[in-house]
Design a protein around this ligand. Structure first.
Ligand code: DOR
Ligand code: ZN
Length: 349
């Protein structure tokens, strides 16, 4: 039986949600990950440092592992100002500002309608070296959903990077060959997160032989050649600009499995076993730790975790559902068997 011992992973892009869902999402995240970067698209959105500190307390009240550390990003709204940015920079738990183009995804209604009106804020962020975390898709209805990331890079991101060349940026949950190549052409203060599901799947998994809502997320799964390009990026040495952000995004069942189902794959409990299976199948297991546990910490200038986790090549049946109190979420690959499993911290369930 093959085993692999790696530095405990971090998840640099997760949706922990709030209220009744929080107990479940935090309990699952802390089993696997030492640190997470929790996204601010709550209702109402996390637009102030104080709202983030309050959210942090709600999370810490649930976490059982004293070492579990949640980090945050401020939601970039049209009302963002320099004072909030300066306060955010001084807060040790805030790693950046999250840009959602208005209408791009779940709870993005408070997002930016015109980035060209935000140059004053972006200049302050550049001065502070406060990272801009980007949901990189155009939202124009006439642009095909499969082209929205590539179009964003050409029409929004490249001009933005040229105007603010020193601004650290993370292009979140990238899905295309164009995004991989763009990041590779940039200096080290520009990086990208990649999800486990965009590495393991392509749009056939979502659409061929039946429509499978579990695989529906934004940015949407793309063609196989894009998936292969993402795999190549994380399974090649010295690709330090790419790191894991699961974008684990649970939705309650009646919202997820409906005629107009919500975008989001719930992958927090399966991401690491799924990645181990994928890296093993590609003879790339020695590079897994770099992607899950090293590159992200280096980008955010944080120390590497000292705890380690054990992965073993032994079958693991993904639970049909996860339930805590009155919240139930169905994970991606529910009921299916993965060939690797991750051994959790004792006492956390
Ligand atoms: O699929 C997604 N779900 N993509 C996002 O960008 C947001 C997320 C959510 O919050 O549900
Ligand atoms: Zn997300």
């Amino acid at each position: 039986m093959q085993t692999l011992n790696i530095i405990r992973p971090d998840d640099w892009h997760i949706h922990l949600r709030d209220n009744t869902a929080l107990k479940l999402t935090v309990s699952l995240a802390e089993r696997t990950f030492a640190r997470v970067l929790a996204m601010p698209n709550l209702t109402p959105p996390l637009t102030t440092v104080q709202s983030i500190l309050n959210y942090r307390q709600r999370i810490l009240a649930i976490a059982k592992n004293d070492h579990f550390t949640p980090y945050f990003a401020v939601y970039f709204t049209n009302d963002l100002n320099a004072a909030t940015l300066r306060e955010a920079k001084l807060c040790p738990w805030i790693l950046g500002v999250k840009l959602y183009p208005q209408g791009a995804t779940t709870h993005s209604d408070w997002g930016i309608d015109d980035i060209n009106k935000q140059f004053a804020n972006l200049a302050v962020m550049e001065e502070l070296a406060l990272p801009l975390l980007i949901h990189g898709e155009v939202t124009t209805n006439t642009i095909d959903i499969f082209d929205r990331e590539a179009r964003f890079i050409d029409t929004v991101l490249t001009p933005l990077q040229q105007r603010f060349p020193k601004l650290p940026m993370v292009l979140e949950h990238i899905t295309t060959a164009e995004a991989v190549e763009w990041v590779q052409s940039m200096p080290a203060h520009i990086a990208a997160t990649i999800t486990a599901h965009h590495l393991a799947f392509n749009r056939n998994h979502l659409l061929a032989g039946g429509i499978r809502p579990d695989y529906y997320c934004l940015p949407i799964l793309k063609r196989q050649h894009h998936q292969q390009k993402l795999q190549q990026a994380v399974m090649t040495k010295n690709q330090s600009q790419f790191f894991l952000g699961t974008d684990s995004a649970p939705h309650v069942q009646d919202k997820k499995y409906s005629a107009c189902g919500c975008a989001g794959c719930f992958t927090s409990p399966i991401a690491i076993p799924l990645l181990a299976e994928l890296f093993a199948a590609n003879d790339a297991l020695p590079l897994l730790e770099t992607f899950t546990s090293i590159n992200g910490a280096r980008f955010y200038q944080l120390p590497l975790n000292t705890e380690r986790v054990q992965l073993t090549q032994s079958p693991w049946v993904v639970p049909e559902q996860y339930t805590t109190n009155d919240t139930t979420f169905i994970p991606l690959l529910a009921g299916q068997t993965l060939s690797w499993q991750c051994h959790f911290i004792e006492g956390l369930s």
